[in-house]
Write a protein that binds this ligand. Structure first.
Ligand code: FCB
Length: 408
């Protein structure tokens, strides 16, 4: 058996827009309708009302930590106007976790922006960091006596890639120079939020606080091992996985590195120019790995490699997301087990890891992919809002309870 460290944090993650339902005051709500998505988020999992029921399930599954996000557009519905009612709601939410002995890990930005913010230009606006940090100060103040783990921004590179490189997600811009500008804004927003949170806890003498970012990491693997593919893989690895983290580290603005890991990128440069070099992936059936229902390769070896490269940061690592969408629950358990084995291997080779949170507790609204992908440990029937605990959830519960998994 492989044994994980004592005090390891075990649980699952969600985000507000994907589970709460009716977040009708943010950019995604407007965009999903304008874009004509087949599935719009609607009432999602109705977790805004059903959160105690969901946390009861997490508790029964022996989770001792849970990641969720607070929805900025609820808390600050208009510029500079804060809703005391919504702030109390989130106080109640984190209290409900703590009553169940589950440690809250709270994300402050998980892809969605208030409408007023996006209408001013969102993350392109010169005052974007100012607005974000003002909101952060408000909500952190309100939750500071109940929360010790904060995640400033979820997956900045995914946000930039989807919204400003592919131009798919709102605000649907397609420009490398805007992408670079927004990346810098997100970096500054993180650093300023980090400093603001620490300042606040110091003023209140509220004891230790741990602030990090949720960084999506991918393994970049050359498909056919040509010099150009190898070189492109190395460059993408640096730009996508590490550049931002190194900058944050330099500014001493990170207490842990939050890692979201799902898959690899099979690099195959198919033409000249920067666009091809940075973005092309293999279009043939060259990958023989099993995949999830979104077609992402399942590659636990990459998880190990990425964790090993984080060792030089000398910071604790916290797995904030790792999971699979599948209709075959046995495959879900294989995924979790193989990734936990990789994680354990990295820990035993010296990577300090605080915890592992599966994505997701519930099936939920997978952004532009709608409700079809099933990532949940718990199945959701969207018609009745009935929750059904899957077999994989029970197996994972056993790991959370004992801190042990079978070896390879
Ligand atoms: C991550 C997102 C999360 C979810 C999973 C599947 O990139 O952070 O919201 O959509 O992917």
């Amino acid at each position: 058996m492989l044994e994980f460290p004592k005090d390891f944090l075990w649980g699952a993650a969600t985000s507000a827009y994907q589970v709460e339902g009716n977040n009708d005051n943010c950019d995604w709500w407007e965009w999903e309708k304008r874009y004509g998505l087949k599935d719009t988020s609607g009432s999602a999992c109705r977790s805004y009302e059903l959160f105690t029921q969901d946390f009861d399930i997490a508790h029964r599954l022996h989770h001792n930590a849970h990641r969720l996000s607070v929805e900025w557009s609820r808390i600050e519905p208009q510029e500079g106007v804060f809703s005391e009612e919504e702030i109390s709601h989130y106080q109640e939410v984190v209290r409900a976790l703590r009553e169940r002995k589950i440690i809250p890990v709270v994300t402050l930005h998980h892809f969605t922006n208030p409408l007023w913010f996006s209408r001013r230009g969102g993350w392109q606006d010169a005052k974007a960091c100012f607005y974000f940090v003002r909101f952060v100060e408000k909500i952190v103040e309100a939750l500071s006596d109940q929360v010790r783990y904060w995640v400033t921004i979820n997956e900045p590179m995914v946000y930039v890639y989807q919204s400003y490189v592919l131009g798919l997600w709102p605000p649907q811009e397609k420009s490398f120079s805007l992408a670079r500008g927004v990346t810098t804004k997100l970096l500054n927003a993180h650093v300023q939020a980090y400093q603001a949170i620490h300042r606040l806890y110091e003023q209140k003498q509220s004891g230790p606080v741990f602030v990090g970012i949720a960084k999506n990491m991918q393994a970049f693997v050359p498909c056919i091992s040509t010099a150009v593919n190898r070189c492109a893989a190395a460059v993408r690895d640096y730009l996508y996985n590490y550049e931002l983290l190194l900058k944050i580290k330099k500014r001493k603005a990170m207490d842990f590195i939050g890692v979201n890991y799902y898959t690899r990128n099979l690099v195959e440069v198919r033409g000249g120019g920067m666009g091809h070099f940075l973005l092309d992936i293999c279009q043939e059936e060259h990958s023989h790995l099993p995949r999830n229902t979104l077609g992402w390769d399942i590659y636990p070896e990459g998880f190990f490699q990425i964790l090993m490269k984080l060792k030089s940061f000398n910071l604790p690592v916290f797995i904030l997301e790792n999971g699979i969408c599948t209709l075959d629950d046995a495959q879900r358990w294989d995924f979790v087990l193989s990734h936990l084995q990789s994680l354990h291997r990295a820990i035993s080779e010296g990577v300090p890891v605080l915890g592992y949170l599966y994505w997701s507790l519930l099936d939920n609204y997978e952004w532009d992919k709608g409700f079809a992908p099933r990532f949940g440990l718990v199945e959701v029937d969207y018609k009745t809002q009935q929750r059904t605990i899957r077999e994989s959830a029970l197996k994972f519960a056993e790991v959370c309870h004992t801190g042990k998994v079978v070896s390879l």
